[in-house]
Design a protein around this ligand. Structure first.
Ligand code: PLP
Length: 415
């Protein structure tokens, strides 16, 4: 068997720009969370996203979500409407500021926040609590743009600011525009598994210079302008390191290649699964250009997969996804909501063939930690979670890899 194939591994530029910028940081002794690479990376990001936006580079996408909420005035007792079908970094920071996430389910076309359900949910929150939610957090899951016009129309109807969690959607477009630029804020992530990486890092797309300055201040411990440390508000240590920004500058040279590569892999999967009964490839709508950060399929519950009788027989060792070395005991084999046995059997079959795959993100309204949070659901994200798998899609995945993945999937279907 050849090398293991992962979902989305980091990939550096052929020319080694990342190392060149890191070396420059060492040579000039800018080994701090500010400096020439950070400034240059921010400028390059601003050019990339356009729309006269300002960008602040931060230590993570989660930090960007956190600061966007603070700057939107979200605090204890407030509510934030957030897509349920997401990675926890969209909603966890809502709790950091003492507010309550209100989860909204997805529509079937993009798997992102359902605009009609959002409208109903906001109306219901106003009826129940007597006040408007403080913000709306949209998400572009696996890079897929949402029905942004419809979501913005609902936000405008109630005059609620929108924060776009574009962490998975770097470079994705909606009606020709880069996502993350329609809301007041846009979140970017440069974690190791995202479309481009700074090892760990993120950025906040800000509407103007004033807001950029405010975010910068929050990100550097809210220091006042005195010769000594003077603090009149609580700040955070969230600025990006000059070393990480060096990696980011290098990665900006491969964005176009990565985007083209992810979409090429999309073509291969789409063509392969088009005529396979029981497997649906999740594709974009005509007005969208997804980055296909992760390609995803859903398996019909009636599709039989080899080895279903062995699914969920053994506990998974260690936390899933980017948390290597994390030991957190107490896991049992089942939870009250889990992917169907055919999906788990397919995941195990791929794993045995040295291919990483992963169930779709378990919706936040089904997470025990959020059992008390209000949720407006229509069954879509729960059903997708039970049927779906993410497939290897990153820049290190070759055509031969994709062929091997497709062959392994087809071999494991019981005809
Ligand atoms: C990755 C991600 C983030 C940010 O994560 P960091 O790892 O902190 O950079 C936020 N939201 C979503 C949906 C993500 O997938």
């Amino acid at each position: 068997m050849s090398k293991r194939i992962y979902l989305c591994l980091a990939h550096m530029s052929e020319e080694g720009w990342e190392q060149k910028y890191i070396k420059e940081a060492f040579d000039t002794n800018w080994v701090v969370p500010l400096g020439p690479n950070v400034n240059a990376f921010e400028k390059e990001l601003e050019m990339y996203v356009g729309h006269n936006k300002r960008v602040v580079a931060l230590s993570s996408g989660t930090a960007a979500v956190h600061l966007s909420l603070i700057a939107s005035g979200v605090g204890p007792g407030d509510e934030v409407m957030v897509q349920s079908f997401t990675f926890c970094a969209s909603s966890h920071p809502i709790t950091y500021v003492g507010a309550t996430p209100v989860f909204v389910d997805s529509e079937r076309d993009t798997w992102n926040m359902d605009p009609e359900l959002l409208d109903k949910a906001i109306q219901d929150r106003i009826n129940k609590t007597g006040k408007k939610p403080k913000a709306i957090m949209t998400v572009y899951l696996y890079g897929m743009p949402a029905k942004i016009d419809e979501l913005m129309a609902v936000a405008e109807k109630y005059d609620i600011p929108v924060i776009e969690d574009a962490a998975e959607g770097f470079g994705s477009k909606y009606k020709g525009e880069i996502v993350g630029t329609r809301g007041v804020f846009g979140i970017l992530s440069f974690n190791g598994n995202k479309l481009i990486t700074t090892s760990g890092g993120g950025a906040l797309i800000c509407p103007n210079e004033e807001m950029r300055n405010r975010i910068m201040w929050y990100a550097t411990q809210a220091r006042e302008a005195y010769p000594y440390y003077q603090h009149e508000a609580i700040g955070y240590n969230y600025r990006m390191s000059n070393i990480c920004a060096g990696i980011g500058r290098g990665q900006m040279t491969v964005v176009a290649d990565h985007l083209a590569h992810h979409r090429h892999i999309r073509d291969m999967y789409r063509d392969a699964f088009r005529d396979v009964e029981g497997i649906t490839f999740h594709d974009e709508l005509p007005e969208m250009e997804s980055n296909f950060w992760l390609n995803t399929i859903t398996l019909d519950p009636k599709l039989k997969v080899k080895g279903e009788e062995n699914a969920y027989k053994e506990a998974v060792q260690g936390a899933i996804g980017g948390a290597a070395g994390v030991v957190h005991g107490g896991g049992s084999i089942h939870t009250d909501c889990e992917p169907h046995v055919n999906v788990e059997a397919m995941r195990l079959a791929l794993d045995a063939a040295d291919i990483e795959s992963r169930p779709l993100w378990k919706p936040m309204h089904l997470q025990p930690v959020y059992k008390n949070a209000p949720a407006y659901v229509n069954g879509v994200s729960e059903e997708l979670f039970k049927c779906g798998l993410c497939l290897p899609s990153g820049p290190m995945v070759t055509d031969d890899d994709v062929k091997r993945i497709i062959a392994t999937i087809l071999e494991n279907i019981v005809r």
